[in-house]
Ligand binder design. Structure first.
Ligand SMILES: C[S@@+](CC[C@H](N)C(=O)[O-])C[C@H]1O[C@@H](n2cnc3c(N)ncnc32)[C@H](O)[C@@H]1O
Length: 338
């Protein structure tokens, strides 16, 4: 088994060409070390613009390993970065658990800006949520949206911090609607909009997925066992030219359960109905244990049964900063032409 130092050097060397391409396209947010595939399961090292974000998921790092990561990366990139180390192996990852091991500088915890596909994104090393504000494995899908949104009405479902919506706006979309039930995530989405003042403004809808998509799809909203439903925004039935569906692996609300393993159809069906004839639905499944071939077959079958057969189906794979030696990346993305 190679040492962490050796594994990290190999990972950096393997990214030589990719980083050249990313820098040329104004991207400075990427994964530098993907531990599960590159020799240290439970460890990730990401660059977010001026920040270096190290995260451990299984056990805390030794101080010597943390120092070795920083010096290897800074030497390789030829510039200093602001280090944030979040140990996610125990409950709260938003603190310096062992100040003797590491204490983040104030400058590293300030609001920073990272770039991807020429757009600015808010970077915050610690915030109310656990995950960074931009999911890096979705970069290629965001790039596809930017290249394929001109003149379209775009709906970004489970929008999080609205990166997909921002790419649609930058790609010339006629209108962009971002939907998420978490107000805090949409606030960051608005910040991302403000960080790119040359772009047209986007719409933000704070709502649970199920009532919103079912209204757009002109389907009834049913309560479970006759229970009274919480309030939800009223929306008119309509369709969008490009719909992007990237749900979390599992989430439960009063309106329904998001379950990417057992019930993708409940998410997919109304999203298909809310996509215009001749339009495009991009859908994702980030659950590692779901096989691409089985999921794709399920998606195509569901569209067929609904009378919205898929005319063409393409895959968007994550970029090589998320290597996958068995060619089965956890994040699977399909472009469905309807
Ligand atoms: C995996 S993230 C989606 C990532 C996002 N598509 C992106 O581009 O980065 C999951 C998001 O779904 C939202 N969410 C989870 N359950 C939801 C529900 N029932 N209705 C609306 N939003 C939901 C969360 O607030 C979170 O922002």
């Amino acid at each position: 088994m190679p040492s962490l130092d050796q594994a990290l050097r190999a990972a950096l060397a393997a990214r030589e060409n990719l980083l050249g391409e990313l820098h040329a396209q104004s991207t400075d947010c990427y994964r530098l070390f993907h531990g599960s595939q590159e020799g240290a399961p439970g460890l990730t090292v990401d660059r977010y613009g001026p920040q270096l974000l190290v995260q451990s998921f299984h056990q805390p790092l030794e101080a010597s390993d943390l120092h070795s990561i920083v010096s290897n990366v800074e030497t390789y990139l030829g510039q200093p970065l602001l280090l944030v180390y979040n140990d996610r192996s125990k409950g709260n990852s938003r603190i310096d658990r062992d100040p003797a091991l590491f204490q983040a500088d104030d400058a590293a915890l300030e609001d920073l800006v990272g770039r991807e596909w020429g757009l600015n994104y808010r970077v915050r090393g610690r915030h109310a949520g656990q995950d960074p504000l931009l999911f890096l494995d979705l970069r290629n899908a965001r790039g596809w949206v930017k290249a394929n949104s001109a003149g379209k009405s775009v709906l970004n479902l489970f929008a999080y911090t609205c990166g997909v919506g921002l790419c649609a706006a930058a790609g010339g979309a006629r209108e962009v609607t971002n939907l998420d039930f978490a107000q805090g995530n949409l606030v960051v989405g608005r910040e991302n909009g403000a960080l790119n003042p040359e772009l047209p403004t986007m719409q933000f809808i704070q709502s649970d997925y199920f009532p919103a998509i079912r209204q757009w799809a002109d389907l009834p909203i049913s309560s479970r066992r006759g229970q009274k439903l919480p309030n939800y925004p009223r929306l008119q039935p309509r369709q969008f030219d490009l719909v992007f569906l990237d749900p979390p692996a599992w989430a439960k609300s009063a309106f329904g359960t998001v379950d990417l393993l057992r019930d993708y159809q409940s998410l997919l069906k109304p999203a298909l109905l809310a996509t215009a004839e001749g339009g495009t639905l991009v859908c994702c499944n980030n659950l590692a244990k779901v096989e691409m071939s089985e999921w794709r077959a399920q998606v195509l079958r569901c569209a067929e049964k609904l009378g919205r057969p898929v005319q063409d189906c393409q895959v968007i794979a994550p970029a090589p900063d998320f290597p996958s030696h068995d060619a089965r990346p956890p994040l699977k993305t399909l472009i469905l032409q309807l």
